[in-house]
Design a protein around this ligand. Structure first.
Ligand SMILES: [Zn+2]
Length: 397
């Protein structure tokens, strides 16, 4: 297991010969540029090679005409500690997901911890510990934003103030604990928001025995920042109710891999119809009963592009720039000052699609050729995706 707890600085990184540059920005998904320059983990220039200072790099990468996109963000995971999940007794699931192009993961609650404390002092202690642990340790270099407490009956304003002061910036899915009523959830969302803590609500039927139903009226009344797994995790609300949530709420529409696929497509189409594609963000909701999906975000991108008939370059924004903006992260967009987190992709070998974007629109997942986080190469050719037709190479520095 690679320990990137104290990452070295990348120095100057030059990436040239980019064939297709996806920006992550839904208002302008494709950039007219072939070169990226980064310095110590941050992007310093994006443009054509002739216009960039490409001299004396520490690392020089020839993209060989492949596609570069911001590293993918999984908006909904359930980590516990390190690169271990007790949900399916697996080790190395985060490192394996890096091979699916994911560079940032956001916890929706460390709910799988065996013996998870549900008393207030215990749940606060767990959240603070998880936040610290993942801040200090990045499995395979992946940025895991964790420490997402599950709210329980009896929490008061000072609990949220205390959590925020201790560095907690997320709530786990509301509804996984004892708070399931709209008014009570709304009060806790307000307290969280007051102290800068972002909230997510579980939407739909119970995930596993012991959890409960959260219906559309509760979601609307709670008014959490993220309508968590709007397509269910796994059991969805009726399609009509999901469309109503898209229409009546202005909050983020989170679509997950481990949800109802038919409703995922309906929610994405509804967001397009309502002219709010910037609200759509993607997650896997893994580990879960259905397992861990290292390629879950790529599979979701291919499913939405192919079955909701959306341009692939737009769907990549759901998994990058949209999430970064909604979650206030410095990654997810190719622009000066942002984190140098990149995924290099090409059409999978023997895909019926002639280009990367066409292959995704035909339902194929791309081949990942390299992943960088903070300007540092974290993996070369993915061991999990189908082989990419062309691969980037590190040519020196
Ligand atoms: Zn859930």
């Amino acid at each position: 297991m690679a320990d990137a707890s104290a990452p070295a600085k990348s120095g100057k990184v030059v990436i040239r010969h980019i064939g297709l540059l996806l920006s992550g920005d839904i208002d302008r998904p494709v950039l007219d540029a072939d070169t990226i320059v980064a310095h110590d983990g941050l992007i310093t220039a994006v443009g054509f090679e002739a216009d960039c200072d490409i001299s004396a790099p520490t690392t020089l990468i020839d993209a060989r005409g492949t596609c570069v996109a911001p590293g993918l963000i999984d908006s909904h995971v359930h980590p516990v500690f390190g690169d271990w999940t007790p949900r399916q007794s697996q080790l190395g699931w985060i490192e394996s997901t890096l091979h699916g192009g994911v560079t940032t993961m956001i916890s929706a609650g460390e709910v799988h911890l065996p013996g998870r404390p549900k008393d207030i002092v215990g749940l606060k202690a767990l959240a603070i510990t998880a936040q610290r642990a993942f801040d200090n340790f990045r499995p395979a270099g992946v940025k895991v934003l964790a420490g997402a407490p599950i709210v329980e009956h009896g929490m008061v304003e000072s609990d949220f103030k205390e959590l925020a002061a201790a560095g907690v910036s997320l709530l786990g899915e509301i509804g996984l604990g004892s708070v399931k009523a709209g008014a009570e959830a709304a009060q806790m969302v307000k307290w969280a928001r007051k102290y800068g803590i972002q909230s997510t609500i579980h939407t739909g039927g119970p995930s596993i025995p012991g959890s409960g139903l959260i219906d559309k009226d509760v979601v609307l009344e709670a008014d959490a920042d993220i309508i968590g797994h709007i397509n269910g995790g796994h059991t969805s609300l009726p399609e009509q109710h999901v469309c109503e949530l898209c229409e009546k709420s202005a909050r983020a529409i989170e679509i997950v891999h481990n949800g109802n696929e038919r409703v995922a497509i309906a929610a994405a189409k509804m967001a397009m119809q309502l002219k709010c594609p910037h609200r759509v963000i993607l997650g896997t909701d893994s580990p879960a009963g259905s397992g861990v999906q290292p390629l879950g975000i790529l599979r979701l991108v291919a499913m939405l592009a192919s079955l909701a008939n959306l341009p692939a370059e737009l769907v990549f924004c759901f998994a990058t720039g949209n999430t970064a903006r909604i979650r206030k992260l410095n990654c997810g967009l190719i622009e000066v000052g942002r984190d140098a987190d990149f995924v290099f992709m090409d059409r999978a070998q023997h895909s019926a699609g002639r280009t990367l974007l066409e292959s995704v629109e035909l339902g194929d997942i791309p081949g990942v050729g390299m992943v960088m986080i903070d300007g540092i190469v974290r993996c070369g050719r993915s061991r999990n995706t189908p082989p990419a037709t062309e691969l980037p190479v590190v040519v020196g520095g």
